[in-house]
Write a protein that binds this ligand. Sequence first.
Ligand code: PMP
Length: 360
Amino acid sequence: MTRVFNFSAGPAILPETVLRQAADEMLDWHGSGMSVMEMSHRGKEFIAIHAEAERLLRELLNVPTNYKVLFLQGGAIGQNAFVPMNLLRGHTSADYVNTGDWSKKSIKEAKKYCSVNVAATAEASNFTSVPKQDSWKLDPKAAYVHICSNETIGGVEYHWTPDTGAVPLVADMSSNIMSRPIDVSRYGLIYAGAQKNIGPSGLTVVIVRDDLIGNPLPITPSAFDLKQQADNDSMLNTPPTYAIYIAGLVFNWLKAQGGLAAIETHNRAKAALLYDFLDASKFYTSPVARDDRSLMNVPFKSPSESLDEAFVKGAQARNMLQLKGHRSVGGMRASIYNAMPIEGVKALVQYMKEFEASHG
Ligand code: PMP
């Protein structure tokens, strides 16, 4: 068996120990005689799996007790609609900060439900930076302020938490959740599709301050009414049971790594290897402003599209996969989520050196 270095932006690499444990437990979970996939979501076994996953997530992220943790379906794209549906609470507008492709999708969707004030945009830098907070035009009457904390395509990440005063801050953290400690109390709502740092696709994590829910738009589907889901422990409908089980194993793995502060140190070391090399190179370029570079998704380019293509092909031959940049930006992108070992980044940098030497 050959395991590759998988640099996919998502669904993405998972810790090998987690996959092995899942394989061991596939046919018979803890003597139940069943696979987790076969269990009733209302049975005592799955209820324990679900509770443990939530407990670990709360412990790792230090989630305050006045926040609900929900394990839902529908993805982050779903939340782009469910956030305004649940958080408008009688307001008619919301503030959005536009830092790239994922912010744009959130803005487009929110416009179906409310008026959107784009409080700041990174358009002038072609979405290669986060607009400084002193340039934001926040509306004190807004229902909430929405940001995308890490633009998976552009590789732009917030390394600070915006101050939105009394207006709740909402963050799409799909691609950097659990990559470092955060102060959850600074946010009104955090959402994330699971398929990067948490587990398989199909699970969407929502962390929401409990006073913000309970007054949804009347059109809100019950399955995405956050209050109804909170009151039912995310089991108003059948939750994505297997994805929740794997997420629990990933959280356990994260804890064994030393938790989020330790994984941040690891992530910083991996990203530094790559960015230091890019900065020293005259062959490759990295478009993102230094202060706003993502620790998770690292876009870069060679001098030409044909060389980019040759680079990706050569990487494949060395079992380094999914390095092609998103079709909207081209070039390459290395996604180096929590589960990517430093050896993967070292192998990539070594290959980048050799490719530069033979094509530069
Ligand atoms: N937001 C961000 C930042 C993402 O990276 C993604 C997926 N790559 C999405 C939203 C969409 O997530 P989903 O496909 O789970 O709806």
